[in-house]
Design a binder for this molecule. Structure first.
Ligand SMILES: Cc1cc2nc3c(=O)[nH]c(=O)nc-3n(C[C@H](O)[C@H](O)[C@H](O)COP(=O)(O)OP(=O)(O)OC[C@H]3O[C@@H](n4cnc5c(N)ncnc54)[C@H](O)[C@@H]3O)c2cc1C
Length: 504
């Protein structure tokens, strides 16, 4: 029988949602609902799952929420963006996680997260790029970086390593993207106390005072109400603020403009958006590169990473990721079917700039208004970092091992100007922070160290939007670790054994 009341309702079945669904349904007395706007293709099965979501070699775009700029991509499917991402399994520097202590009364730091990060790597079956898959392009990148004095990193995630070049670890089993729906949801699917409510768009939360009583969802049969003792928001960095705003929680002026009820004003909702900003250095693939990679679509597009320190690095650890790429161009539909391209993508890993996410309207299908604010920091720190990275990318391209594979295209000096950097800016697909953890008196903070939204009794945030500081890494592993730890922190208080209400 399909339930309509749950002890815990997890809203958003993405990377974090799948982890929390697993962890909180371990207690068979806890009725858990997992609401997902997109489809659920069920247990891992090569026949049932769309090939593009299984193919780990490139990020897939066929399940995107809204057509639009690549930097706003996010997937609408069980597994969320973990089901279409690049499978890079990277960790931040210990200092990144230690910086969370200031936002959590000391309870989140590297020591607290470390076991969860390690567990995420094991559950997601992280493995190195197999020697047989390594392309001549990426072998040449390693040689070029070493020639410039960057150390070769046997393990790009080793905690003591500060800079260097190495092969990227991937959460892939063979060529299959091993995302959180397979790693976390599948092992829990048979539990009678867990129900996946797919193709159901969360419209708004219903409140009685400070307590959420339920969630209105829109599905194929129209709108219906799901009730819950506790709600955990896992709609992602772009999805949580619009849902809260439609529900009457957010900056008062924004709620009024939207025409939403002003139930729980909270200025930080949707603020503090941060992603790793980036610029590209496009190269001209030479005949030798075409010959070396006759079918680029058959290989992992991004196999190596260069971690480097800029001239304004704030500690001894990298603040730049350079992603070397030799891959087919993206076509208009977002599929990688075009001719071979080559280049370096330079990413600012500890950016100062901040942006925001707002609901576009009260219509839950309308795309959110996303302002990344890339390179808008007043001090110009982020621009300096990216230009240092672009300089390094030029040096790499000129090196003996790469110059024979791809030619430099013009990069005129005007491109260093602020206006040009702003116009060319892109992201790295790692948005975090729009429902950030922090003390109640911090206007930018939205949730406490247990993810509970300030001012609300039973609404929590459980995903990437909770991160108060972006790690110097791709964000999937950290998101999974955050959700896993929240699972431990919240399990006792959400347990159905507490008898607040029966699962019906
Ligand atoms: C193209 C791309 C490539 C990436 N590559 C990498 C990589 O290689 N390595 C890495 O570490 N990280 C990568 N990332 C980032 C990583 O995937 C994210 O950090 C991670 O998925 C964030 O998890 P989340 O749970 O916060 O959000 P998501 O995984 O996005 O999950 C949110 C879920 O909520 C659902 N949802 C949203 N709104 C609603 C609503 N109103 N009602 C119901 N459901 C809703 C969505 O459909 C989705 O399933 C990439 C991201 C993208 C977009």
């Amino acid at each position: 029988m399909r339930r309509t009341h749950f002890n815990v309702l997890i809203v958003g079945g993405g990377a974090a949602g799948c982890v929390l669904a697993n962890r909180l349904s371990e207690d068979e007395r806890t009725g858990v609902g997992l609401v997902e706007a997109g489809p659920d293709y069920g247990m891992f099965d090569v026949e049932r799952w769309p090939a593009e979501l299984l193919d780990a070699r490139s990020a897939a775009r066929g399940h995107d929420w809204n057509p639009g700029p690549s930097c706003c991509a996010r997937a609408r499917v069980i597994g969320g963006s973990s089901a279409h991402n690049g499978c890079w399994a990277m960790l931040g520097a210990p200092a990144d996680y230690d910086a969370w202590a200031a936002y959590s009364g000391g309870s989140w730091d590297h020591a607290a997260l470390r076991p969860y990060l390690r567990r995420a790597m094991s559950r997601l079956r992280v493995r190195p790029v197999a020697p047989a898959d390594r392309t001549a392009w990426h072998e040449a990148v390693i040689e070029a970086a070493r020639a410039l004095g960057l150390p070769y990193l046997e393990d790009v995630n080793a905690e003591h390593e500060r800079e260097g070049v190495g092969w990227v670890p991937l959460n892939a089993v063979g060529g299959t993207r091993w995302h959180t729906a397979f790693a976390y949801l599948d092992p829990a699917r048979d539990r009678p106390n867990l129900q996946v409510v797919a193709r159901s768009l969360a419209v708004r939360l219903e409140f009685a005072g400070d307590r959420a009583t339920g969630l209105v969802v829109a599905g194929e049969d129209g709108e219906r109400l799901l009730t819950a003792d506790t709600v955990i928001l896992c709609c992602g960095t772009y999805g949580n603020p619009p849902l809260l705003m439609r529900s009457g929680v957010g900056p008062e002026a924004v709620l009024r403009r939207l025409g939403a009820p002003v139930l729980h004003p909270r200025e930080g909702v949707g603020e503090n958006l941060v992603d790793h900003s980036s610029l590209g250095l496009v190269l001209d693939p030479l005949e030798s590169l075409h010959a070396a990679i006759p079918d680029a679509a058959e290989s992992y597009f991004a196999q190596t990473v260069i971690k480097a320190c800029s001239s304004v690095a704030r500690d001894a650890f990298w603040d730049i990721h350079i992603v070397p790429s030799a891959a087919p161009a993206e076509d208009a539909q977002g599929y990688y079917n075009g001719p071979l391209t080559a280049g370096f993508y330079v990413n600012v890993m500890a950016p100062d700039a901040r942006g925001s996410v707002r609901a576009g309207s009260l219509d839950p299908e309308e795309a959110p208004v996303i302002e990344h604010g890339f390179f808008t920091d007043a001090g110009g720190h982020d621009r300096q970092v990216v230009l240092d990275g672009i300089d390094l990318a030029h040096e790499l391209a000129r090196s003996a091992s790469l110059a024979g594979l791809a030619g430099l295209t013009p990069w005129p000096a005007e491109r260093r100007e602020k206006a040009s950097v702003l116009a060319d800016a892109n992201g790295y697909w790692h948005p975090v922070g729009t429902c950030a953890m922090g003390p109640e008196d911090d206007p930018l903070a939205v949730a406490d160290e247990r993810g509970r939204v300030h001012g609300l009794e039973n609404v929590h945030v459980g995903d990437a939007s909770l991160m108060p500081v972006i790690p110097r890494a791709n964000t999937h592993l950290t998101t999974v670790a955050v959700a896993d730890r929240l699972g431990d922190l919240l399990a006792p208080s959400v347990s159905g054994a507490r008898g607040r209400s029966e699962v019906r």
